[in-house]
Design a protein around this ligand. Structure first.
Ligand code: ATP
Ligand code: MG
Length: 441
């Protein structure tokens, strides 16, 4: 027999359990409903979210619906902005709710948030840290996980009443998981867009380069065309000079000046042909002093126009190099044109006065000759130094530089078995140094 007291106690206990279970079930149902509602709305928003910002906005709206007073969607500081890495080591805020600029900054600067973002893998998918402010609220940090890396975090500050409810945190963790997947997709989409834009740009620049080489071919054709009539004119002028030279002093003088001018034009046309013609690389014994001399002469007018003083320091016993003469000319033209541009475009030119270029060459061993082209132009910003040899990198105004000059120089020097180095400081000037192999006798 069970004593009645015990029966009553048992019944009470059973009723209480049943009652609690019913209440629990009701709470669970309400929790499920809320979870489903929020999931439904968030999924709908995430399906149409294209950019990372849209994903962030959708997540924040979901959290707003849950009644959290302060929320922010932070992207990790290592995540590139488009194709460029983020500049600061501060996390990037993609969206927020209930926080002004100052509060967001304070949140991003919190050592625990920073540490958490720097090492998300060292933490659980979500962790709740005591917030110093506001008013005893609790700060929850939820990892936004991509497939390989963490992308950032969802920071939610909750009031103590909500903070005690475990399902609240579970639901937030779910929101962060759903958003993390969508965020990764959105970042990928953005990178693809950037890559497409870059590819289009490269194609445009290649077309431009193609156009330039077409201009080179055109110049070569034109030089041929001009060469023939020039020959005829100078031949006839010489004939006339012979015929009437003895009779009229004035006519003879005029004919002589016609011949001199034609010789000048013929010389220019010859140089143009030399430079425009495409040559198959040929290795020969090249006296660099002659190449440098010829290029300096060719650029004489450009130096004069830019007000540049050029000097050379070429060792008298400089051995010949094993090289392609035309390619060597190309190297010096490209380097000297860059120096002229750097002097002309120098914003401090007015205070610096005349620009200077020094070309020097000497043997540094039995096998190597070292050449140096130095200028006191505007120099190169430190951030650009490792980009200048990249094809298509140019800081010159649109349409003036194709960014191929140094890439070509680099290619030629490397093909010859030499090395090239550029040293520069912004506002100070630039020195390009390269080596070439000494030609065996
Ligand atoms: N002597 C120099 N002084 C300062 N900057 C230089 C110098 N030489 C090169 N640079 C920098 O490097 C960039 C790339 O040079 P590069 O010769 O490859 O292209 P570019 O001169 O811009 O165009 P292009 O040579 O095709 O006309 C230049 O735009 C410039 O910013
Ligand atoms: Mg150049």
């Amino acid at each position: 027999m069970i004593p009645s007291v015990k029966v009553a106690a048992l019944r009470y206990a059973i009723e209480k359990r049943v009652g609690t279970a019913a209440q629990d079930a009701e709470i669970a149902t309400r929790g499920d409903q809320r979870r489903q509602e929020i999931h439904g709305a968030l999924s709908e928003a995430l399906v149409v979210a294209l950019g990372p910002e849209d994903v962030a906005r959708a997540a924040i709206e979901a959290v707003e619906r849950m009644g959290a007073p302060w929320t922010a969607f932070l992207l990790g500081s290592g995540i590139p902005e488009g194709s460029a890495p983020t500049q600061s080591n501060r996390p990037r805020v993609l969206a927020s709710s209930g926080m002004d600029e100052q509060a967001l900054q304070a949140l991003g600067d919190r050592p625990d948030v920073r540490e958490w973002l720097a090492n998300p893998a060292g933490h659980s998918p979500y962790s709740v840290v005591p917030a110093d402010k506001p008013h005893g609220a609790v700060l929850g940090l939820f990892r936004l996980r991509g497939r390989a890396d963490d992308l950032g975090c969802l920071a939610v500050a909750a009031l103590p009443s909500a903070a005690r409810d475990e399902s609240f945190w579970d639901l937030l963790a779910a929101v962060a998981n759903w958003s993390g997947v969508a965020l990764e997709r959105a970042l990928l989409h953005r990178r693809l867009e950037m890559a497409f834009a870059e590819a289009r740009n490269t194609q445009r620049r290649l077309l431009q380069a193609e156009k330039q080489s077409a201009i080179g071919r055109l110049a070569a054709g034109l030089a041929h065309e001009i060469g023939t009539p020039l020959n005829v004119i100078s031949g006839r002028a010489e004939m006339l000079l012979e015929e009437i030279g003895g009779t009229s002093q004035r006519s003879a003088q005029s004919l002589r000046s016609i011949i001199t001018q034609i010789e000048r034009i013929t010389g220019l046309v010859g140089q143009l042909l030399d430079f425009a013609r495409e040559h198959a690389p040929a290795r020969g014994q090249v006296p660099l002093a002659d190449v440098i001399g010829a290029v300096l002469e060719l650029l004489e007018r450009a130096f004069a126009k830019a007000g540049v003083e050029v000097s050379t320091s070429i060792a008298s016993d400089l051995p010949k190099v094993r090289a392609d003469k035309n390619q060597m000319q190309q190297v010096f033209i490209n380097l000297l044109m860059n120096s002229i541009d750097a002097i002309v475009l120098d914003p401090e030119r007015a205070t610096k006065g005349r620009g200077h270029i020094v070309v020097s060459a000497k043997a540094v061993s039995r096998e190597l000759v070292k050449v140096r082209v130095e200028d006191d132009g505007h120099g190169i910003e430190a951030a650009n130094l490792n980009k200048v040899f990249d094809p298509f990198f140019s800081t010159k105004p649109v349409g003036t530089g194709t960014g191929l000059g140094l890439a070509v120089v680099y290619g030629i020097v490397a093909e010859h078995g030499g090395t090239i180095d550029i040293q520069s400081r912004w506002t100070q000037g630039t020195t390009v140094t390269f080596t070439l192999p000494v030609s065996p006798d």
